[in-house]
Structures are given as structure tokens and as C-alpha cells.
Design a protein around this ligand. Structure first.
Ligand SMILES: Nc1ncnc2c1ncn2[C@@H]1O[C@H](COP(=O)(O)OP(=O)(O)OP(=O)(O)O)[C@@H](O)[C@H]1O
Ligand SMILES: [Mg+2]
Length: 257
């Protein structure tokens, strides 16, 4: 098997006496859509925070593209191509939807103050390129008709889509999605599965997605990693994992009996 793009090895994160992540070990194959699932409080978001640098783990190791990124600050992790979304959207309400997306553009040469003063036409050309890229991404997540609206006017579901758009603008190699379909209406959630699959194909990105909705994750993911109590219970193809009785008992409960 090819080298995984991400390896999480015996990761630990405690909050006081609460072992939120307690030795979680899993890997993500390059080019895959891998689902991270498990009951409320299992430690999924905390894992994301440790991978993306928002939290410093208490133990274990995170390896991205063969390099140790454990404990790096968020902007360093972002620079390497790991981009995450938040369970609770983080948009800037006063700015337009388009501006929210444009803001995430990666730095390119020629954006320094001096360069802008000396060669203003270049800065204008770059801004235009960023605008075109942002509009293209908004089209992909079906928010282009709202591009000029203030972000605060968006519904909960639309905010999740804006989160996705902002993440794509970060040109990820590895995209970490925290519950992308939470609060999105069922019709849109179905579409989101197709959209995320298309994004994965077209942009050559690997996706690690936290999901609650079993129908969504089963249709979306190539592999599922099930967490309970800060650890990984099983890892495998969706049909196998969802038929595993241990998983059903630990997690799915009455929903699948
Ligand atoms: N910043 C924090 N401070 C203290 N405790 C936290 C913090 N973040 C998470 N926890 C605790 O860590 C545990 C794991 O939480 P986490 O948010 O990672 O779970 P989750 O699997 O993402 O759950 P959910 O499905 O509800 O989003 C929980 O017991 C939670 O209360
Ligand atoms: Mg969570």
C-alpha cells in the first residue's frame, strides 16, 4: 500500500481529568475520503484540533506526508496543505460571502506592501484572479447567487457550505471537514455528498470527514474510522464497519437494531 498522507499515532489530549483523546491511532490513505465517526464526546473534534494545530496534544504523533507535524501552530499546518472547517461556522458576518472566501487565499509572491506600491497593476491582477477563483468555488457549492450578500444573512446550512468554500480556497492537500452536513437540509445534504465527491476528484484532495448522518457517511466515504472514548474501535470499509456488532452496540444503538 502507498504511504498514507496522514498518520495519527497514539494521540492523547486531556482536559483536566477528561481523556478526550486517549491513544487514538489511524491513518488516511492518499486520495481517499475517510470518515471519522463515533458518538457525541468520542473525541473526534479534539482529534481534528490536534491535527490542525489548534490544540497541542499531550502525547502521540501526527505525521503528514511523512513529516512530523505534531504540535505545529495552525498557520504552519495550513502552509503544508492541511485545511480544516469548524463544527460551528466561523464566518465574518459583516463581510460578503465572496469576501469571506477571498480572504482565505494563500499568499502569492507580489503581495507585500512594497511590491503593491511599486507594481500596483500586479496586485490588481492578483486580486482579480482571487475573485475569479472564489466565484468558481462558490459556484461549486451552489452559493454563487449569494456572493454579494453579507454572510450574516445566510441560513445555518448555507454557513456550512460557506465553510466548505473557504476551506477549498485554502487549496488543501488534506481537507478536514467537521460535520459538513450538520444543519443542512436533507436535499442539500444529498447534494453535498455528490459535491464533495466531485471536489475530491477534480482537486486531487484527500478528505477526512467527521459525520453524524450514517446515510451520508456510508455513501460518501471509502473508509470509516470509528472512535469511542478517545480511541479507535475499528477501521474499514463502510459496509463492514456498519455491520460490526461492536460498532452497533457502542454507537449506532437502537438506530440500527
Ligand atoms: N476545549 C475543551 N475544554 C474542555 N473539555 C473539552 C474541550 N473540547 C472538548 N472537550 C471534551 O472532550 C471530549 C471530547 O469532545 P469532542 O468535542 O472532541 O467530541 P466529538 O467526538 O467531536 O463530539 P460531537 O460528536 O458531539 O461533536 C468531551 O468530553 C468534551 O466535553
Ligand atoms: Mg465534534
Amino acid at each position: 500500500m502507498a504511504e498514507p498522507i496522514l498518520v495519527v499515532d497514539r494521540l492523547e489530549k486531556r482536559f483536566g481529568g477528561n481523556r478526550a483523546v486517549d491513544g487514538a491511532t489511524f491513518s488516511v490513505a492518499r486520495g481517499s475520503i475517510t470518515g471519522l465517526i463515533g458518538p457525541n464526546g468520542a473525541g473526534k473534534t479534539t482529534c481534528f484540533n490536534c491535527i490542525a494545530g489548534a490544540l497541542r496534544p499531550d502525547g502521540g504523533r501526527v505525521t503528514f506526508e511523512g513529516q512530523d507535524i505534531t504540535g505545529l501552530p495552525p498557520h504552519r499546518v495550513f502552509e503544508r496543505g492541511v485545511v480544516r472547517t469548524f463544527q460551528i461556522p466561523q464566518e465574518l458576518g459583516g463581510m460578503t460571502v465572496l469576501e469571506n472566501v477571498m480572504l482565505v487565499a494563500r499568499d502569492h509572491p507580489g503581495e507585500h506592501f512594497l511590491e503593491v506600491c511599486l507594481r500596483p497593476w500586479r496586485a490588481r491582477a492578483r486580486e482579480e484572479a482571487v475573485r475569479v477563483q472564489a466565484l468558481e468555488i462558490l459556484r461549486q457549492v451552489a452559493l454563487d447567487h449569494l456572493a454579494l450578500q453579507p454572510a450574516r444573512n445566510l441560513s445555518g446550512g448555507q454557513r456550512k457550505l460557506l465553510e466548505l468554500a473557504r476551506a477549498l480556497m485554502g487549496e488543501p492537500k488534506l481537507l478536514l471537514l467537521d460535520e459538513p452536513s450538520a444543519g443542512v437540509n436533507p436535499t442539500l445534504a444529498q447534494r453535498l455528498v455528490d459535491d464533495i465527491r466531485a471536489i475530491q476528484r477534480e482537486r486531487d484532495v484527500t478528505i477526512l470527514v467527521i459525520g453524524h448522518d450514517m446515510d451520508v457517511v456510508a455513501r460518501l466515504c471509502d473508509t470509516l474510522v470509528v472512535m469511542t472514548s478517545g480511541r479507535v474501535l475499528v477501521e474499514g470499509p463502510p459496509d463492514e464497519v456498519l455491520n460490526n456488532t461492536e460498532v452497533q452496540e457502542a454507537y449506532l444503538g437502537s438506530q440500527y437494531r
